[in-house]
Design a protein around this ligand. Sequence first.
Ligand SMILES: [Zn+2]
Length: 246
Amino acid sequence: MIRHFILKCDHKLSNAAFGDILELIREVLPDAKLPSSFNKAKSVLKVLGLDYTKIDACPNDCMIYWEEHENATSCHVCKTPRWKSKDKENEIQNDNGKTYRIPQKILRYFLIKKRLQRPFMCQETARYMTWHADGRESDHFLHHPADGPAWKEFDSLYKEFADDPRNVRLGLATNGFNPFNSMSILHSTWPVMLINYNLPQMIMKPEFLMLALLIPGPSSPGNDIDIYLQPLMKDLKDLWEFGLET
Ligand SMILES: [Zn+2]
């Protein structure tokens, strides 16, 4: 199923095309246990920890409808309504026949805890998660962030964290890109990526970068990016304080 999703992304297949190919495979392999539709295939990914949650947001980047504001119907700063319109025309039906209104803006948060557990669940990648502590050549050259003074300074400040090499050190990066592949459209989307610094040279390979948040445009959130980082920060603080057994 994952290979099928990769093909979908690589060749820009529509959801319908994905479903039709799935139907063909099911026809050829009647005994294979395969999901019957695109939406059912998505639930396979959820089980694997590749899930995300959607959090509604104010279109002016003032707030997200999260925690104590989860059920609010308008922005508590600029009073902009949460949904595009109150009339029935702007309601859409989901697969279960339930109707819901279209939010003005949606933040996608890729649950970080499950993502951080994944490299430890595979023998090959689990080995690399302690590479920064036990796999490195030590000379006086800077090969990896672990050789730098910032890393060493951090270790001396947080000894308890540094004592267990399995603790994950993350870098956070963000930049806008135009999802429609056309520079004449000003809309941009802001992905927030996490970089796993425990790993050796493969650090920047796409398969080891973790997408944490997808902030929709049309324009840059600028300093208001803090608003969108809240769910990620909450989980990271939780991991810092309590950790997670895998
Ligand atoms: Zn607002």
